[in-house]
Design a protein. Structure first.
Length: 354
């Protein structure tokens, strides 16, 4: 017996690394030392910091990967992986420096995983960070045919005096919401349940009756115009790094930030507050994206549950002084004033309860 007979092809692994080498090199930025293939990646801290602080984050894509597997489309989930990490690191005011990925699969499928890494590289390029390295684990018997899982790891840097940790937030500050590109990478267990089990209703003899169950990924509901459900639901997570860092460098005063991920508004907004502070949200102050309207209608999901699960069209939130609101909205062009910081015990009020 040998390792290849056990399901692990070491030579194929080496060939895969060579295939993705150019993708990794395409993300190179100042600070990267050496190249792909060593036991570790090297990054030299940039100059110009008095007290540099490293900020790290890690995340995955969750069950959105099930959609990629079912639709055999793998070139966007890598962007999701990067976005889920760099957007988190960004909330502290940090600039992402480098990223590492971990891919695990039952049997190495070079063409499939090259698409995945191409997405990771694209996410890194859009965020200005280097894909410094990673790991591809071939684990026969652990994953099903064609399945893979992945995790990402990001390191950023911020001046110690510039860290955004909630201590700058004041009562009366306003919330500026930046639009999401769609569902991003949270809530897909509910999405898949709706797709698989939601009843299909039709009018028959003047009465509405259930005729079938579930939806197909290639269906194009009228609410989503010409896009299929699969296309809309695989839209990658929006990356906010470059425009937000540009806002900070322009002199705009930003007191805190929040990335709207798992847990929606109630879970994520309080994380950017100081003590004895809460948030009032004006829930009708931005347009709800059509995909959320469709999911709510198809799954008969309560509005309150939608806000607890999904981003509802706002993927990233800035907390700024009230006198900076107009300048912040003008900087981002596509943004909305969605709420206010009020007295309280780190809760979010104003969201629909029905």
């Amino acid at each position: 017996m040998d390792y290849r007979q056990a399901g692990v092809d070491v030579e194929a692994g080496r060939a895969f690394v060579e295939t993705i080498r150019s993708l990794v090199e395409g993300t190179r930025r100042p600070g990267v030392l050496g190249g792909l293939g060593g036991f570790g990646g090297y990054f030299e801290l940039p100059e110009g910091y008095s007290q540099p602080v490293l900020v790290s984050g890690t995340d995955g894509v969750g069950t959105k990967l099930k959609l990629a597997h079912m639709l055999n489309r793998h070139n966007t989930v890598g962007i999701d992986l990067v976005a889920m990490c760099v957007n988190d690191v960004l909330t502290s005011g940090a600039e992402p420096l480098y990223f590492l990925d971990y891919l695990a699969t039952g049997q190495l499928a070079p063409e499939q995983l090259t698409q995945v890494v191409a997405g990771v590289a694209e996410g890194c390029r859009q965020s200005g960070c280097a894909l410094l390295g990673g790991e591809t684990a071939e684990m026969p018997g652990f994953y099903g045919q064609g399945e893979y899982d992945m995790a990402g790891f990001c390191v950023g840097i911020v001046e110690k005096s510039a860290i955004l940790d909630g201590s700058r937030v004041r009562i009366g500050d306003v919330l500026i919401g930046l639009p999401s590109s769609g569902v991003h990478s949270n809530g897909y267990s509910l999405v898949r349940k709706i797709m698989a089990e939601a009843p299909r209703q039709e009018s028959l003899g003047g009465q509405v009756v259930d005729r079938s169950v579930g939806y197909g990924w290639d269906e194009c509901p009228e609410l989503l115009a010409s896009q299929s459900l699969g296309e809309v639901l695989l839209t990658p997570t929006q990356l906010y790094v470059k425009p937000v860092l540009a806002a900070l460098k322009s002199g705009l005063e930003i007191h805190a930030m929040a990335h709207i991920t798992g847990g929606g508004f109630p879970e994520n907004l309080p994380r950017c507050l100081g003590e004895n502070q809460s948030i009032y949200i004006e829930a009708d102050s931005w347009p709800i994206l059509p995909v959320f309207k469709w999911l709510q209608a198809a799954g008969n999901v309560a509005t309150a549950e939608m806000f607890k699960t999904f981003n509802m069209g706002i993927g990233f939130v800035l907390v700024v002084p009230a006198d900076q609101a107009e300048a912040t909205l003008a900087h981002f062009q596509s943004a909305y004033q969605i709420g206010t910081v009020i007295d309280g015990d780190k809760v979010v009020t104003g969201l629909p309860e029905g």
